[in-house]
Design a protein around this ligand. Structure first.
Ligand code: HSE
Length: 311
């Protein structure tokens, strides 16, 4: 095929999904990054620029999430050409919507389409994880896997990850509300205690198991009970002004659950289609009462993953 350039759209994603810290995520394709990768005669990876909602991204490939992910791909494939990369950011940085993951995933998906022999998605996942590590200091995979594969995704393992797309009951929507502030994922990880209380551990594993079983069996009550994070959310919620009121408003309006998206400050809720409008309005109003304007979206689940958009 030997195209010279390719553009990939990589969606935003919600990490953790309340109870799956670092292992569960879902894609939100209402917003995303567009990454264009062009073959260059010069070997290696070159960041040519960034546009959109973030323009001052590092130009050194090993400090840039897309650049680092592509360096990992180059190390793996050793192509006889280089990659020039332009990133059009649709996802604000520090939003908790998987912005760094999307740039890394978009870059490897676009570059993959330029290779004489395309790599399987699991190899792309491993490359993109290297990019994520640049942003947050850790190779967590929840955002990367959801962005790359689409839908609600469970990833087990890091060096040899196993990815499972989990079914979602028909009619389920995600409401996403991004208050106008930013949080550093690195900082929001640094505040977490290293140890987990035994009773919290039991509740969290019960909730995770219940949530996943509820998704497989269409059991909305199990999903409702499962979407309760008793370990991470209590430690992070004070970083988000108004979080408790926003969560209360979502549940009062009929959401099945509401929690922090990734490391925050974005907050997400799951609700059936008929409740989604009221849930969204309640969450937005609760943030407003705390003096916070927000951007907000409702997406039907499952939502698509990264894809080539200029084929
Ligand atoms: N699982 C990560 C965290 C996601 O919560 O720190 C960051 O987007």
């Amino acid at each position: 095929m030997n195209r010279d350039a390719c553009t990939a759209f990589a969606p935003a994603s919600v990490g953790n999904v309340a109870v799956g810290f670092d292992i569960l995520g879902f894609a939100v394709d209402a917003i995303g990054d567009r990454v264009t990768v062009t073959r260059s005669r010069e070997p290696g990876v070159h960041i040519t620029g960034a546009s959109g909602v973030v323009r001052d991204l590092p130009k050194e490939p090993n400090r840039n999430t897309a650049g680092r992910a592509l360096e990992a791909l180059v190390d793996l494939v050793r192509p006889d050409f280089g990659f020039a990369v332009h990133i059009e950011k649709g996802i604000p940085l520090g939003s908790g919507l998987g912005g760094s993951a999307a740039s890394a995933v978009g870059a490897v998906v676009a570059a993959n389409a330029l290779l004489p022999e395309a790599l399987p998605r699991l190899e792309l996942l491993l490359c993109a994880m290297q990019g994520e590590a640049v942003a947050s200091g850790s190779r967590h995979v929840d955002n990367i896997a959801a962005c790359l594969f689409g839908g609600l995704v469970l990833t087990v393992g890091i060096d040899q990850p196993r990815v499972k797309q989990i079914p979602v009951p028909v009619g389920m929507c995600a409401v996403i509300v991004h208050p106008h502030m930013s949080l550093s994922t690195r900082d929001a990880r640094a505040i977490l205690k290293r140890d987990v209380d035994l009773s919290a551990f039991v509740w969290q594993t019960a909730n995770l198991a219940g949530f996943i079983s509820g998704c497989y069996t269409n059991d909305l009550e199990l999903i409702r009970e499962g979407l309760n994070d008793v370990v991470i959310e209590p430690q992070r919620q004070d970083l988000i002004p108004g979080f408790a009121a926003v969560r209360r408003a979502a549940l009062a309006a009929g959401a099945l659950g509401c929690s922090i998206s990734g490391a925050g400050p974005t907050v997400f809720a799951w609700a059936l289609r008929e409740a989604a409008t009221a849930v969204r309005a309640g969450m937005v109003a609760a943030f407003q009462n705390c003096g916070m304007d927000s951007d907000h979206w409702t997406v039907p689940l499952p939502s698509d993953g990264a894809r080539i958009v200029n084929a």
